[in-house]
Ligand binder design. Structure first.
Ligand code: PGA
Length: 244
């Protein structure tokens, strides 16, 4: 795992977007897995801008949505589906065959997980995975205690996730379960970028980078990935004790 420090959120997002755009330039059939949420928002916007401005061919990329709130329709503005549809799939005019997002309304969620696993395997795994980190150390909906061996799965959401998650919605919603890509796919991904910004993420970044590797603190898995990169701004790095 490598750590990269940036002055602020804008610089961090610009760097991540540039890395991904360059990777697509080098491999037009790149399989890209992104998280939704506040942290990757600017990266996704800048990525779309760079791909268009630099006329990078994105007609062959594959896009994979990291997770979804179970029971929410894609029309809900707080859903991951809505985020990706509006920020990436629409603006890049991706064809349905080019992406897979979990259908969180499916009556057979196990089958959704199998479909996702098959989709990823058919692409020979994920090339770049860009994730954020939750206030409990989760990545996607890999909540504390989730096995590092998991493929896609459905999980009971942690209380912290349920309360922090309200920020994405216009009105109070009942959040219970999540459907997510598991850590087996993260460990198999060729490169993983974990991003965090702001002082509120300083504590979880300290645990991610300097704490023990344990399923009780999911993001610590980053330490096990040879091509795992933690991109943070100065505020998120403020509690790190060792020089990195
Ligand atoms: P955030 O979410 O980017 O909105 O802070 C991170 C997460 O919960 O994974």
């Amino acid at each position: 795992m490598k750590l990269k420090l940036f002055r602020n959120y804008e610089e961090l997002s610009d760097f991540a977007a540039r890395e991904i755009a360059d990777a697509i330039g080098n491999k037009p059939s790149l399989a890209l897995c992104l998280a939704s949420g506040d942290t990757p928002k600017l990266t996704v916007e800048l990525l779309v801008k760079k791909l268009k401005e630099d006329k990078i061919d994105h007609s062959k990329i594959t896009f994979i949505g990291l997770d979804e709130w179970v029971g929410l329709p894609p029309t809900n503005t707080g859903s991951c589906h809505y985020f990706f549809q509006n920020k990436l799939i629409g603006p890049l005019q991706l064809k349905p065959s080019q992406y897979f997002l979990f259908n969180a309304l499916s009556h057979d969620l196990k089958k959704e997980c199998e479909k996702m696993d098959r989709f990823i395997n058919d692409k020979n795994g994920i090339d770049i995975m860009l994730v954020g980190i939750g206030m409990n150390g989760h990545i996607g909906f890999n909540e504390p205690g989730a096995s590092f061996d998991n493929l896609s799965h459905v999980i009971e959401l942690d209380e912290i996730t349920k309360s922090v998650g309200q920020k994405y919605f216009n009105e109070q919603v009942e959040l219970g379960k999540g459907i997510t890509i598991g850590f087996k796919h993260l460990l198999n991904a060729k490169r993983v970028f974990l991003m965090a910004n702001g002082s509120k993420k300083a504590e979880v970044i300290k645990k991610t980078v300097e704490g023990p590797v344990t399923e009780n603190f999911p993001a610590s898995i980053m330490q096990q990935h040879e091509n795992g990169f933690v991109f943070i701004d100065e505020e998120a790095a403020s509690l790190l004790s060792k020089p990195h």
